[in-house]
Ligand binder design. Structure first.
Ligand code: HEM
Length: 368
């Protein structure tokens, strides 16, 4: 395993991004998104105003937003961690620029991450100034997941941990790509459920309001350009629109489950049993947490864990796609004669099961 410079920092950034995503969920789910009515400070201070004098000043500055200390801290702690993550990503980008002439050092990815984290800061600001407008809240959530996924990809690329495997079916790669796109779509739908306060629009399961197909208003539930103000805390849509959003997330989960199970089965058949198991495990946990969210009426730890489960599922799919792409890169090498340990003959390692090479020989790639 040949780690490239920057690996440790990228790994640290990935872990930090996970914390930031979870803190973001905690802030949203405790309705603390407006815990500080301004940005980047809190009532004009660096921290939450604690003394009587500061609180009097804060309420004079923002008469419509009385100070709630706990909510203010949830919001500010999320901002402190996110700010630190921004600095770490800046360091990764500077390092990548300095080492741009070294072979195999990613440059575009760290620069893309820097752009993304700047955009995320802007979405964080608009989340507050546009008073939790669902479009912005969902975009902010998606940006957070994208930052995490790309940092994980960077860590994988710098780790040198997974040498290329022999070529596999192109259909399997396409299926993994579709699965990734579907999970991203499902995360977006989840963000839309959360930001429109539609989690408890249906409290029974698998039916909703006792019906398989309840009254739903998709036009208003998904009216993406709609601007309802002035403050979106608690949601503004009527029951049928929220039901449409909630049911769409359930139907999305069904589709995601189906496609991911087919993908896991095909990975298993290709000798990548451990990757398949990881995928099934992440999927089962996420579906279990989603169902618990509904049946237990959204307890905070379950709701935060469901957000973390979405992130875990996304990272599992990034790993699957990365592995299958590194197989494609290894395709030409696979045609070369097998060399000593570590070359083609012993490539199926890491997340591939030990008996993988034998099974690759008979796998459909021969037919495709
Ligand atoms: C199959 C994959 C699934 C993925 C990737 C996924 C992803 C997500 C995400 C990212 C959120 C936003 C969480 C947040 O704002 O913090 C969410 C919310 C939610 N999901 Fe899922 N979900 C899945 C399955 C399910 C299932 C099967 C159910 C239940 C039938 C479910 C029920 C919910 C509910 C009720 C919410 C709203 C929670 C809130 O207000 O924060 N999800 N989902």
């Amino acid at each position: 395993m040949l780690r490239k410079p920057g690996y440790r920092l990228a790994l640290f950034a990935t872990l930090l991004a996970t914390v930031v995503v979870l803190l973001g969920a905690y802030t949203r789910l405790t309705h603390a998104g407006l815990g500080c009515p301004d940005w980047p400070g809190c009532y004009g201070f660096l921290g939450v105003p604690m003394s009587e004098h500061k609180q009097a000043l804060a309420e004079a500055r923002f008469p419509d937003a009385p100070v709630e200390v706990a909510k203010g801290w949830y919001e500010m702690i999320h901002r402190y961690f996110a700010g630190t993550l921004g600095l770490v990503i800046l360091a990764l980008a500077v390092q990548a620029l300095r080492r741009r002439d070294e072979p195999g050092q990613p440059l575009k990815l760290p620069l893309l991450l820097l752009g993304l984290v700047i955009l995320q800061a802007a979405f964080g600001m608009w989340t507050v100034t546009l008073k939790l407008w669902p479009q912005v809240v969902t975009a902010h959530l998606l940006g957070g997941f994208a930052t995490l996924a790309l940092l994980f990809l960077l860590t994988l690329r710098l780790s040198g941990a997974f040498p290329a495997l022999p070529a596999l079916s192109t259909r399997l790669r396409a299926l993994a790509g579709v699965a990734l796109a579907l999970v991203i779509g499902q995360i977006a739908l989840g963000g839309w459920v959360s930001s429109n306060y539609a989690a408890v629009a249906c409290v029974d399961l698998p039916t909703c309001h006792g019906e398989w197909w309840p009254a739903m208003d998709f036009a208003n539930g998904f009216h993406l350009t709609q601007h309802i103000g002035p403050n979106y805390l608690g949601g503004q849509l009527d029951s049928d629109a929220r039901t449409a959003i909630h049911m769409s997330h359930r139907l999305g989960a069904l589709l995601v489950t189906l496609v991911l199970l087919v993908l896991a089965w095909r990975l298993h058949a290709a000798g990548l049993g451990r990757l398949a198991a990881l995928l099934v495990l992440a999927l089962a946990a996420q579906v279990g947490l989603g169902i618990s969210n509904v049946l237990l009426h959204l307890p905070l730890p379950v709701a935060v864990a469901h957000n973390g489960g979405g992130a875990a599922l996304l990272l599992a799919l990034v790993l699957v796609n990365y592995r299958l792409r590194s197989m494609r890169a290894g395709a030409s090498a696979a045609r070369e004669p097998a060399g000593p340990a570590g070359t083609v003959g012993s490539r199926a390692e890491g997340w591939a099961s030990p008996s993988a090479p034998a099974r690759f020989a008979g796998f459909p790639q021969a037919r495709e």
